[in-house]
Design a protein around this ligand. Structure first.
Ligand SMILES: O=C(O)c1ccc[n+]([C@@H]2O[C@H](COP(=O)([O-])O)[C@@H](O)[C@H]2O)c1
Ligand SMILES: Cc1cc2nc[nH]c2cc1C
Length: 354
């Protein structure tokens, strides 16, 4: 059953490889630079070693999974855009014209678009058809989906990553598309952390003050109506989450199981990361925070995850755009480790206290 498979998935996630991390630290100490002078790139290099078990890993193949789904809560007027934009944007991803396609091409990443719960019949040879249902129900009136549906979505995400990893993809990025999903994400953040909706709810695609007030009320109502159990991430995903959020929780768990780094995009992806880390605390070690988005709540969410974002560009698009941009920095860390000269190889004197 779904839950047994999720327990197995969680149980298969191990800790970081401390031997590889020590080897990476030692290698960094030999490179032609003052100790620590490459700042966060050095921490990233050590983390990549711990994740992969290799002191000098490289990532020739990388994939961004763009999970798309719809949200019944849109009928409450919580987004600046109509729900039909979700399937329309799926068409744009498949045609290669969305921002994530452009930035992924630049970073050498494949974009895999997954219909995990879009409220439309979608047919395209390149679309991964994994629809669990045609969008969620309105969480302001009852559960967004059943626990079984949430479990199914988590397992779909995990299986997609495991399959890709078995074909040589060793670096993953989370991406999503779903009009209304910042409402579901804020509700999940409040449910999992106890942070009030005033602080978890933001403007999403760009709502005005009046809609923002309504959105906060909708999240409060969803939490009152559903009473999700903060100690049970699958209950939170099912009652106030979304199919793409559950799918990304699975992507993250699948990457951790496969000992691959997973670059976390914006607010929605970070909520999926929080659910993943609550299900499997060791999964947190496999996450790389790409950027802090402009969505209210994201910074606090990253703090909760104990993740230090690499970029702050005022972006709030989602799709995986911040994630694929950060691939350039993952590459920077990996190239530094593999290509820089050492003091010994370059014949350069080390510092006085060495
Ligand atoms: O990634 C983010 O931080 C982010 C912040 C705001 C909006 N989004 C994107 O905008 C959509 C959700 O916004 P909304 O207003 O419909 O809830 C969804 O498709 C997300 O990909 C994404
Ligand atoms: C156009 C558009 C593109 C998006 N990409 C992710 N969320 C989105 C929301 C809108 C409205």
């Amino acid at each position: 059953m779904g839950y047994d498979a999720i327990l197995e998935l969680i149980g298969s996630i191990g800790g970081l490889d401390t031997v590889a991390m020590a080897a990476a630290e030692e290698h960094l100490g030999r490179l032609t630079k003052p100790p620590g002078s490459l700042g966060k790139l050095e921490g990233l290099a050590v983390k990549l070693a711990g994740i992969t078990g290799e002191a000098l890993p490289e990532f020739p193949r990388r994939t961004v999974f763009v999970m798309a789904a719809d949200h019944g809560v849109c009928e409450e007027g919580v987004s600046a855009f109509p729900a039909e934009v979700t399937p329309q944007m799926v068409g744009n991803f498949l045609a290669g014209g969305a921002a994530v396609n452009v930035l992924a091409r630049q970073a050498g990443a494949d974009v895999v678009c997954v219909d995990i719960g879009v409220n439309a019949e979608l047919l395209h040879p390149a679309l991964m058809q994994r629809k669990v249902r045609y969008g969620t129900s309105n969480m302001a009136k009852g559960a967004a989906m059943t626990r079984e549906e949430a479990e199914a979505a988590v397992l779909i995400g995990a299986r997609l990553v495991e399959e890709a990893a078995s074909h040589g993809v060793r670096l993953f990025v989370t991406g999503e598309m779903g009009i209304g999903n910042t409402t579901a994400s804020a509700a999940m953040m409040s449910a999992l952390t106890g942070i009030s909706p005033e602080h978890s709810v933001g403007r999403g695609t760009g709502i005005d003050d009046e809609r923002l007030r309504r959105k906060i009320e909708v999240v409060q109502r969803a939490l009152e109506v559903n009473r999700p159990d903060p100690g049970d991430p699958l209950d939170v995903l099912a009652k106030v989450g979304g199919l793409e959020i559950a799918g990304l929780t699975g992507v993250i768990l699948g990457a951790a199981k496969s000992r691959c780094p997973v670059v976390i995009d914006g607010f929605i992806s970070s909520v999926a990361a929080l659910a993943a880390s609550r299900l499997a605390p060791e999964a947190a070690g496999y996450m790389i925070a790409s950027h802090v988005s402009a969505e209210q709540g994201h910074r606090q969410l990253l703090r909760e995850l104990k993740l230090d974002p690499m970029l702050e560009l005022g972006m709030r698009l989602g799709e995986g755009t911040g994630g694929v941009l950060a691939l350039h920095l993952v590459d920077a860390a990996s190239w530094i480790m593999r290509e820089m000269a050492t003091f010994e190889s370059a014949g350069i004197s080390t510092g006085g206290d060495q």
